[in-house]
Design a binder for this molecule. Structure first.
Ligand code: BGC
Length: 483
């Protein structure tokens, strides 16, 4: 399994999931409040585990990064910075020039030098310093960083998830439901690019926007904030995220002019999560229709918005005239693919008039601890699919397994990398890197610490890391010595 010379080998992480546990915690985000909320815990929406008991990367990052470099033989690392750490207090009053298109959508935000100075004053300097330390350590170790600007927590001053859960109509801070969040996000993106641009060249504006909108606004049982089921809000939030991607793309390009790698100064993409969908019964027309619809909404819909400006807001799988907004498709230099599973889709009674109803059939064979079906061939399929439709370079930005017993991880890793290898060598797909989810066990959102995705086990009491069997295998594959 020889991969291209300049292939990026890494692991993927997210700030909220690994940072807390040592050093200063961050109580200023919606996710923090959400997982502490007693009603959510009592209703079993969230596990009751708390992020402040996490792996403690905030302090222990030097040893974790050393593991990535020396033990795994990696040359890259995917991490995120949390907006609420950098701006725990509002930036509403930092002036920017906002332009709207004829449909009332934000189409451009201009951050002046003066506004940048104000943002610099507002930013919480201990967090900025810590992130610089972490990024500097990556540079010292020759780990090329892929930095995600938004991997899910929103500052509390932007999103109050409990009030939204209980009464969205009267809530004031409604996160991505409101266009104003796009404006604040663009200030934050500009600030991050300006502040860390000398240490970072590869950016993802956001992680899995379809999970933010789908889990947050279409499935009140998902355990994701704000825990609603409302198709209109789902559409609105997805649209605002798509617009926010474009505006943030422009900000990063504008404010990071310093190159520190062959990718520089700013190579900016999205991290998306196309999964493999299959009709449960291939002979059933209804199952086929349901599977096609889910696949379209989950895999295609958002990418069509950010790459072509096709905003299919009535979800009829056609683009009417008033749904064409090429001015909002600002750019996307690469597409990050997070791939985990195959989903079998069965037609079901529709809960939303006008849309096919569906259910995902629970996994019965080859399942992970999350109940996800292991299906490596689906990764090759998705890479081909994404490239054929969008013609952008790709990176596998997440792929991994919750496997507490450490029985399946090694095979999982090998089989998925074989599929990527085939996609590159046999299909000619430009896949630029692979980031395994994750370096260490971490806080798996609503499910807490029980789900163990790490290449290293974490003992949450002592914070001790212990390698799983896949560590040496990953090292061999990354160094080209694995058969
Ligand atoms: C997310 C990660 C998450 C992983 C496993 C991805 O959807 O980006 O934050 O931990 O899947 O669930």
């Amino acid at each position: 399994m020889k991969f291209p010379e300049d292939f990026l080998w890494g692991t993927a992480t997210a700030a909220f999931q690994i940072e807390m546990g040592r050093g200063e915690p961050d109580p200023n985000s919606d996710w923090y409040v959400w997982v502490h909320d007693e009603v959510n815990i009592k209703n079993g929406l969230v596990s009751g585990d708390l992020p402040e008991n996490g792996p403690g990367f905030w302090e222990l990052y030097p040893e974790d990064l050393r593991r990535a470099k020396d033990d795994l033989g990696n040359n890259a690392f995917r991490m995120s910075v949390d907006w609420s750490r950098i701006f725990p207090n509002p930036t509403w009053d930092v002036p920017v020039k906002v332009s709207f298109d004829s449909s009332g959508n934000i189409c451009h935000v201009e951050v002046s030098d003066e506004s940048m100075h104000l943002l610099e004053e507002r930013a919480y300097q201990p967090s900025v310093k810590k992130y610089r330390d972490i990024l500097t350590e990556c540079r010292k170790l020759d780990l090329t960083v892929l930095l995600t600007l938004y991997h899910w927590p929103l500052p509390l001053w932007i999103h109050d998830p409990i009030t939204c859960r209980d009464d969205i109509v009267h809530a004031g801070k409604r996160g991505w439901v409101d266009q104003s969040t796009v404006i604040e996000f663009s200030k934050y993106a500009a600030y991050v690019a300006k502040t860390f641009g000398d240490l970072v060249d590869i950016y993802a504006t956001m992680n899995e926007p379809m999970v933010v909108s789908g889990a947050g606004y279409l499935n009140e049982k998902s355990g994701f904030p704000p825990g609603l089921s409302n198709i209109d809000l789902f559409v609105e939030v997805t649209k605002n995220l798509a617009i926010a991607h474009g505006i943030a793309y422009e900000q990063v390009k504008e404010w990071d002019r310093v190159s520190c790698s062959n990718y520089g100064p700013a190579y900016v993409g999205i991290v998306h999560c196309p999964q493999y969908y299959e009709p449960y019964n291939k002979d059933s027309k209804d199952d086929v229709k349901a599977a096609n619809f889910v696949e379209y909404v989950q895999n295609e819909w958002f990418l069509n918005m950010i790459t072509k400006g096709d905003f299919d807001l009535n979800l009829n799988m056609m683009i009417e005239r008033n749904e064409q907004h090429p001015n909002l498709a600002k750019g996307c230099d690469f597409i990050g693919i997070n791939y985990y599973m195959r989903n079998r889709v069965k037609a079901a009674e529709s809960k939303t008039p006008g849309f096919p109803g569906f259910e995902i059939v629970p996994c019965t064979e080859n399942c992970t601890d999350m109940g996800w079906e292991i299906y490596p061939q689906g990764l090759r399929y998705e890479l081909n699919w994404a490239y054929k439709l969008y013609r952008r370079p790709l990176m596998v930005t997440e792929n991994g397994i919750a496997d507490a017993k450490d029985e399946k991880r090694s095979d999982f890793l090998i089989s998925h990398l074989r599929e990527i290898h085939k996609a590159i060598i046999e299909d000619g797909i430009p896949v630029k890197g692979y980031f395994h989810w994750s370096l260490i066990d971490n806080f798996e959102w609503a499910k807490g610490f029980k789900m163990k995705f790490g290449l290293y086990r974490v003992d949450y009491e002592t914070k001790k890391r212990t390698p799983t069997k896949a560590v040496s295998i990953y090292r061999q594959i990354a160094s080209g010595t694995f058969d």
